[in-house]
Ligand binder design. Structure first.
Ligand code: M6R
Length: 613
């Protein structure tokens, strides 16, 4: 996790760096810091707390340097503190480094460096980086212009783990050196200036021209040019990628929070994700995939692997894919999949979902499937992200930048794209009647309007949130695809409102968890699966009998007087209902968190992009 930015140009670096960090706070926000080159000395300013705490350090106003690196931290090694914040410098204060990732063998390196006379101030893994660079620099007798670069490369060769790093040196005040391995880093090219960042939106207001680095590539970044090198330090050419995202897409745009804005963007993000993939009178269009009938017929199963909300998107579409493609679908969390030696082979299609495209467990799980001969397909929201570079195929959701830590529009875009993918595969296979697929396509076309209908009147959800925001425990229950969405509703509530909640299959409650239901326990039930309505209602009655307060989200014709609170949503096929029924659940969590006065965009202990396992 953690976010890094860098600037080299004609302007004062510190405000640009702080501005960039503020946009990366979603990646971590327990401490922050920056280094600028002031003539030929490095000024290092750090503070515990959010990025804005840097403005409380008096020296920040004295900085005038036009080269700098900066960091916002999500602690992994060493508690949040000023000492543990980045940038870290070597003992001689010649090199300053910011780092995103984990140096797994830092302890061995620390012992080695200590034996060679180096001291350490922090408990971080990162502090070995500047010192190891210094070690190699001092051992290099060739005093040429590439000495700094060679020292960085030599140090990196010793690292095990993941890193995106930026290094500046008081001896080389004209450049920033960057490299990465398994952690994100992009470079934005400007006019006589260059920007560096962990993600594109943070620097989108300065440029739309980006270089996307591969693992183990090195770059010397100057004001007016960049030199790219491969792992052996041979010069390489790097194409520029023009990113079409609008900078304002990453701003709050009048909304109180990013999360609310992103919830309201869902009709648009789904329309963009549908794009021109669906046509009623023609097969779905996935030019990126060349799946033939022979290939799809040969599959023994499809594995969908992801983390958190992205995994829930897989669960939400498992039934659709199984029913219309007649292929078994397994959905699994990446952190388990990668370590359990799953039975997969060249007859398995492995699909990896990741909004950020940088989630460490998901990427590792993808690499595992590749090593076992599976074809791998990535679904991501971020162009050029790490996962898209590892996978055999990539299809993108077009949700636009998702900034709030709690994922909302990415989930509905993922569900939509997976549903379209399922229809595409069913069309290639000819596994179900064209009429069924045509109806599903119409449902997907209508989805944005139906979401808009829910968004047009949120008063009922807000009112219920006001009644229950002080509670300690809640349950989310459902059957079929309603169960999948219940898990997502429960996750949203936990992460932003800090209320303990459980997502459960309605039929499973009586096998244990019903013991937890007491007077006034809130049970949120989703009832949209038309073939399971009566059974779902019975389950709600079972908890109501035991004193539960019942909050039902439904599009079925049911007797509302049997429940304490009902929110009606438009009718929709159960196969894609999770993309609609999730909207009231997102809003429910949002309004509860607001009632509690919490920071919904940056909930405690979390980070947007989980680049450590
Ligand atoms: O970027 P990814 O989709 O790979 O992220 C996966 C999870 O970390 C993410 O969905 C997480 O669960 C969200 N905070 C949920 O709102």
């Amino acid at each position: 996790m953690c976010g890094i930015v860098g600037y080299i140009g004609q302007k004062k670096a510190s405000p640009i760096l702080i501005n960039g960090l503020l946009k990366l706070e979603y990646r971590g926000y327990d401490s922050a810091g920056l280094s600028t080159l002031e003539d030929t000395t490095i000024s290092n300013i750090k503070n515990k707390g959010r990025v804005n705490s840097l403005n409380e350090v008096p020296e920040i106003n004295t900085l005038t340097g036009t080269i700098g690196i900066a960091h916002t931290r999500w602690a992994t090694h060493g508690k949040p503190s000023t000492t543990n914040s980045h940038p870290h410098m070597d003992n001689s204060k010649t090199f300053s480094v910011v780092h995103n990732g984990i140096i797994e063998n830092y302890n061995d390196l620390k012992i080695f460096l200590t034996e060679n006379g180096y001291n350490f101030l922090s408990q971080t893994d990162t502090e070995v980086i500047p010192n190891l660079i210094h070690y190699y620099f001092s051992k290099d007798n060739v005093d040429d212009d590439k000495k700094f670069l060679r020292a960085v490369q030599s140090a990196c060769k010793d690292f095990k783990g993941s890193y995106a790093i930026e290094v500046i040196s008081s001896l080389y005040p004209d450049r920033i050196i960057v490299t990465r391995k398994d952690s994100p880093l992009v470079i934005g090219k400007g006019e006589n200036e260059n920007h560096i960042s962990s993600d594109i939106p943070a620097i989108l207001s300065y440029t739309k021209d980006f270089y996307l680095l591969e693992d183990n590539e090195y770059v010397e970044i100057y004001r007016d040019h960049l030199d790219f090198y491969n792992k052996d330090l041979a010069k390489i050419n790097k194409p520029i990628k023009n990113i079409e995202w609008d900078a304002t897409a990453a701003e709050k745009d009048g909304y109180e929070d990013y999360m609310l804005k992103e919830i309201y963007e869902q009709p648009k993000s789904i329309r963009e994700t549908i794009g021109s993939r669906i046509k009623l009178d023609a097969p779905c269009c996935f030019d990126e995939l060349n799946f033939t009938k022979d290939y799809l017929s040969s599959l023994n199963k499809i594995c969908i692997v992801a983390c958190g909300t992205a995994m829930h998107a897989g669960l939400a579409t498992k039934t659709l894919i199984e029913q219309i493609c007649n292929i078994p679908v397994e959905v699994e969390v990446a952190s388990e999949f990668r370590y359990r030696n799953p039975i997969i082979n060249e007859k398995t299609l492995a699909i990896y979902i990741s909004q950020s495209g940088e989630t460490a467990d998901t990427i590792a799980a993808l690499k595992l499937a590749k090593s076992k001969g599976c074809k791998t397909l990535a679904i991501s929201n971020v162009i050029g992200s790490s996962i898209t570079r590892e996978a055999d195929y990539t299809i993108y959701t077009h949700a636009g930048p998702e900034i709030a830590v709690a994922s909302t529009k990415a989930y509905t875009a993922q569900v939509t794209l997976l549903a379209i993918l399922g229809i595409y595969m069913a069309e290639v296979l000819g596994s179900v009647s064209p009429l069924i697929l045509e109806n599903l396509k119409k449902e997907i076309f209508d989805l944005p309007n139906k979401i808009q209908t829910v968004l047009n009147d949120v008063s009922g959800i807000k009112n219920f949130a006001k009644k229950v925001y002080n509670e300690k425990d809640m349950f989310f229950i459902g059957r079929g695809t309603d169960y999948a969405v219940s898990l997502e509703g429960s996750l949203k509530l936990k992460e932003i409102s800090y209320i303990h909640s459980e997502g459960y299959a309605s039929g499973e409650l009586k096998h244990g968890p019903i013991a937890l239901i007491e007077d006034n326990t809130t049970v949120v039930s989703v009832i949209t699966n038309d073939d399971l309505v009566e059974k779902s209602i019975s389950n709600v009655q079972e908890v109501a009998t035991r004193g539960a307060k019942t909050f039902v989200i439904t599009n079925q014709d049911i007797d509302k007087s049997r429940f304490d609170y009902v929110i009606e949503i438009p009718a929709i096929s159960k196969l894609i209902s999770p993309a609609l029924s999730v909207i009231p659940l997102q809003l429910f969590s949002y309004y509860i968190a607001k009632e509690k006065g919490l920071d919904v965009d940056k909930p405690r202990n979390l980070a947007k992009s989980v680049t450590v396992e």
